[in-house]
Ligand binder design. Structure first.
Ligand code: FAD
Length: 547
């Protein structure tokens, strides 16, 4: 197959235009193009009202070698890479590993733990998945209880439970992580097998939405169990058991909240960024970890129609474009970077705390992205050096402080503090909201967001909003509404691992996914889950990770 990239066609091109352009670019007669498939379709909306579709296409042609030789050196033409996923253990090694080993344990059933568990199960290694939260349907009830009735269940909420943090989300499935082995393709292919729409395989910015994610998570569970894996829900790991030997520290098992012990030599730690008690336990147990940068800010909401018009002009509403998104960055004069984060077109702002007495925002949407408002985090980078210098857990203390301030500013009942952009820019508290109705449930309190954000973040955001308004018409509109605080943008710490995937000071412990600092979204967490499943399998089989 030959891969052609950067095929640019007008938004409303007739279907046959794509084939005609392929033939032209390859310099072949139409009869020599045997088949073609769109590998990726994105769009370039830099010129408002003149959106261009951008295709990557895989083609089979007669005498492929000759065509490739003739086009050698041409930009945007290359042999299509082989993206087939191959297990690291061949059948023989799989059986050998399956013969007499203690099954690997995966802590956490978020995208990282699910993909790790799935790939381990597919290799015949029968993982045991331990998840502190509930199965996804029961978890949904608990999550809605916070949104509708201000009742938080600390072990079952937006952050904790089957499916992990991304279950009630926009389900955006793209990432900028380096992925030379095409694990991302395997993640997407597994999601399609579990019920995601096929289009996620070729859209440049695919998303699934919340409802589908719920049933996909159930499908993946069914496959893992059918392959001999096992889940235990409502099962919080309270201690990773470690023995010190002549070769250093080594995992020997885990202790559960009910006092039970599971013996194992291989633990995948896929606990996400909100398992603060588990981070503290690991730190107290001597597992190496270090504070890392993350970001803090608010969610901003505009009418989706304003964003659509600003991005697409007269082409707003076109079915191939859907609800418009945006990506904005500003380097403020106080040295802080301000950027849009986890933008959710046609979605809602959600209450995302996992701890009592705190308020945290995030965003979600359904597949249709048909809600009235667009929302995104507007967040400011923070670093251990400048903002929380007191050790690996200091970023958590920093998050907790501002989440508590937000809870108090919101009224102390899980309503979130909110402010009109016009008031925020003018430095006065909001006493009422305007034309943009905030979507956050259980509700918001108009106030001054400077009460629950560091002063440097407020300064940087004021400057950035004005700059964003110049970049995207209407972005700094007076009535756009900001809801705080967004603190769980990524993990506040990293649990470093070596090239073999194992903790740098605790053999047999495989830190993975977002909580360990190795992923920043659903897709990258899934990719890391595969990477770590391979590391576990090779360790079980007594082989080394290659590359
Ligand atoms: P998590 O998904 O956080 O999973 C960790 C799991 O471990 C949890 O289920 C938790 O209950 C469990 N756990 C923790 N401690 C223990 C313990 N001691 N014992 C047993 N179990 C434990 N990303 C995107 O790419 N696109 C989006 O559109 C998107 N939207 C989001 C919207 C919301 C509302 C939120 C909260 C997040 C969103 N994200 C999105 C981020 C994404 O969800 C995370 O990056 C991703 O889920 C991280 O995966 P993970 O498996 O590493 O960790």
């Amino acid at each position: 197959m030959i891969r052609l990239t950067e095929i640019r066609l007008p938004l409303d091109h007739p279907p046959e235009a794509l084939e005609a352009e392929i033939v032209r670019r390859l310099g072949v007669v139409p009869g020599d193009l045997l088949e073609h498939a769109v590998f990726r379709r994105g769009y370039d909306a830099r010129r408002r009202g003149a959106v261009v579709l951008v295709y990557t296409v895989d083609c089979a042609v007669r005498d492929e070698a000759a065509v490739l030789a003739r086009l050698a050196g041409a930009r945007h033409v290359a042999p299509a890479p082989d993206m087939t996923y191959r297990f690291v253990l061949d059948d023989g090694a799989r059986l050998a590993a399956g013969a007499g080993y203690r099954r690997p344990v995966v802590i956490g059933a978020g995208p990282c733990g699910l993909l790790a568990g799935l790939v381990l199960a597919q290799m015949g290694l029968r993982p045991l998945i331990l998840e502190r939260g509930k199965i996804v349907r029961e978890r949904t009830v608990d999550t809605f209880a916070l949104w509708r009735r201000s009742v938080l269940t600390p072990e079952s909420n937006v952050q904790f439970g089957e499916g992990g943090a991304g279950t009630f989300s926009d389900g955006k499935l793209y990432s900028q992580v380096s992925d030379p082995r095409h694990y991302g393709r395997k993640v997407l292919a597994e999601f399609v097998r579990a019920g995601a729409p096929e289009e996620i395989l070729y859209l440049s910015k695919p998303h699934i939405g919340t409802f589908r994610l719920v049933s996909m998570v159930e499908h993946i569970r069914a496959e893992i169990e059918a392959l001999g894996g096992e889940y235990r829900f409502g099962t919080r790991v309270e201690e990773v058991l470690v023995e010190a030997g002549p070769d250093g520290r080594r995992v020997v098992g885990v202790r559960l909240a009910d006092g039970g012990v599971v013996e194992t030599g291989h633990v995948v730690l896929a606990i996400g960024h909100s398992a603060r008690d588990t981070f503290a336990m690991l730190h107290a147990g001597g597992v190496a970890m270090e504070a890392k940068p993350f970001s803090i800010g608010v969610r901003i909401e505009h009418p989706q129609s304003v964003i659509d018009a600003a991005r697409f002009g007269a082409q707003a509403g076109h079915t191939l474009l859907g609800a418009a998104d945006y990506r904005l960055v500003h380097h403020a004069s106080n040295g802080r970077a301000v950027y849009s984060f986890c933008m959710c077109p046609g979605g809602t702002v959600v209450a995302a705390t996992s701890e009592e007495g705190r308020v945290v925002t995030n965003g979600m949407s359904q597949y249709s992205r048909a809600e009235r408002n667009a929302n995104a985090g507007i967040v400011v980078g923070v670093t251990p050096q400048a903002d929380y210098p007191d050790g690996p857990l200091a970023g958590i203390a920093f998050q907790r402080h501002w989440e508590r301030q937000a809870y108090l500013a919101g009224g102390g009942d899980y309503r979130a503090p909110a402010q009109r952009v016009g008031d925020f820019l003018a430095g006065r508290p909001s006493t009422r909201l305007g034309a943009v109705e905030p979507s956050y449930r259980p509700g918001v309190t108009p106030t001054d967001l400077a009460l629950c954000l560091p002063a440097f973040a407020v300064d940087a955001m004021r400057e950035a909003l004005a700059a964003f308004g110049r970049e995207l018409d209407g972005f700094a509109m007076e009535d756009a509404v900001m809801t705080g605080v967004e603190t769980r943008t990524s993990s506040p710490l990293r649990i470093p691992r070596g090239p073999d995937g194992q903790s740098v000071n605790t053999a047999g412990l495989f830190p993975a996914g977002e909580g360990a600092g190795y992923a920043g979204g659903i897709l990258s967490a899934g990719i890391d889950g595969i990477r770590i499943a391979e590391a576990v399998a090779l360790s079980l089989a007594g082989r080394e990770v290659d590359g």
